[in-house]
Design a binder for this molecule. Structure first.
Ligand code: PMP
Ligand code: GLU
Length: 397
């Protein structure tokens, strides 16, 4: 008997989660595994945020929450957009969800009909394509390689738009490449959208605070398209709060209301305690976020130096997030003990089995020539990992 619905076969397992699981399993067997596959800050959630959560329990924040989030949290989000991004939203345009992943899924479920196309610049975050497929939508990929810092041009975007295009979904700073679109580059994309008022723009800004390029720029700033941009953000990355599961959107009212309706039948309001913690995060000075950003920048530079010692890897200089995404295709076709490395997945499995370092193959992000290394780990761990990788790669002939 097959008890499963067809839709479960439309999607793949998340490889970021899959590789982290494979690493954990090896570790449980006693191997000394370094996990650089999972995209999460290695820092603890700052103290004042943890205190706010403890206080929330003591203050009785233990009941169901309003579906789109506590009003005081939504106010704080409105305020954040106004102060930091110069964007004006009303509280009714904000919906808080169980992580940004949930926020994105809500928007896709609320907006994309079966057969409609969603344009996704490649490399893309692993879940975008699968979320689109889950609702019967069609992901349309627009490729950008390391030569253009993994960023697409307005011409490429224009060429990808068809009468079936419903939305454009991207992240800047980008997971997995760390690329950051400049204001001018975003303006170029916005001019294309101006000519296509039927296309929604879904802008994933979860790495806003991990940006080495300077001020964060949102595509929502361009007035001509502002009424159809959905900004997705959350506290996971910038505030080291991955486990708390709080994400949010700022959306045109109709879309926000649709997400609220959906969420009301699906998950209800996000966790009460986590929302109070997120309130503390968003209403406090950004000191810890800035300190973490500085630490990531220092590690980026250290890892890039170490990459120089690995022959054949081509790497850009990421301007944000905490990943490097080298092109490793010069290793394809090489072998060790009779096993040929055909692709990035083979290379990651080889590195995991020989060096005990877990990474994510580029296939997961639509870029089969690359691998993703998260540098959200201590200096010692990163040095050890890169050294191990260099050693086992030298065995491939
Ligand atoms: N978007 C991107 C680009 C991400 O890397 C992540 C990481 N998980 C998410 C969304 C989801 O974040 P959250 O933990 O808030 O669900
Ligand atoms: N977003 C992180 C990553 O890309 C966490 C894992 C996930 O949510 O897929 O690794």
């Amino acid at each position: 008997m097959n008890y499963l619905a067809e839709r479960i076969n439309w999607i793949n397992e998340s490889q970021t989660i899959g590789m982290a699981k494979a690493g954990r399993e090896l570790k449980a067997k006693g191997f000394d595994v370094i996990n650089l596959s999972f995209g999460e800050p290695d820092f603890n959630t700052p103290d004042h945020i943890r205190k706010a959560a403890k206080q929330a329990i003591d203050d009785g924040y233990t009941f169901y929450t309003p579906v789109p989030g506590y009003p005081e949290l939504r106010e704080a989000i409105v305020d954040k957009f106004s102060r930091e991004n110069n964007l004006d939203f009303s509280i009714n345009q904000i919906v808080v969800s169980t992580g940004a992943k949930h926020s994105i899924m809500n928007v896709i479920m609320a907006c994309v009909n079966p057969g409609e196309e969603v344009i996704i610049p490649t490399p893309y975050w692993v879940s975008y394509s699968e979320m689109v497929k889950l609702v019967g939508g069609v992901p349309v990929f627009v490729n950008a390689g390391v030569d253009t810092e993994f960023k697409i041009s307005p011409e490429q975007l224009e060429a990808a738009i068809t009468p079936k295009t419903k939305a454009f979904l991207f992240s800047s700073p980008c997971n997995p490449t760390g690329s950051v679109y400049t204001k001018e580059e975003l303006a170029g994309l916005a001019r294309v959208f101006e000519r296509h008022p039927e296309v929604l723009v879904l802008s994933d800004e979860i790495y806003e605070y991990i940006n080495f390029a300077g001020k964060h720029e949102s595509i929502a700033q361009f007035e001509a398209i502002q009424d159809r941009v959905v900004v997705i953000n959350g506290v996971s990355k910038g505030f080291a709060m991955t486990g708390w599961r709080i994400g949010y959107i700022a959306a045109p009212l109709e879309i926000a209301q649709a997400c609220e309706k959906l969420q009301g039948q699906f998950t209800s309001g996000a966790c009460s305690i986590a929302q109070r913690a997120a309130l503390s995060a968003l209403t406090s000075p950004r000191n810890s976020a800035l300190e973490m950003r500085d630490a990531f920048l220092r590690r980026r530079d250290m890892v890039l130096e170490l990459v120089k010692e690995i022959p054949g890897w081509i790497c850009n200089v990421p301007q944000g997030a905490f990943y490097i995404f080298p092109d490793v295709s010069s290793y394809f076709g090489k072998s060790h003990e009779g096993k040929v490395i055909e692709n990035a997945t083979d290379l990651c499995m080889y590195i995991l089995s020989k060096a005990y370092v877990s990474l994510v193959p580029g296939e997961a992000f639509g870029a089969p020539e690359c691998i993703r290394i998260s540098y959200a780990a201590s200096d010692e761990v990163l040095k050890d990992a890169m050294n191990r990788i260099k050693t086992v790669l030298a065995d491939l002939k």
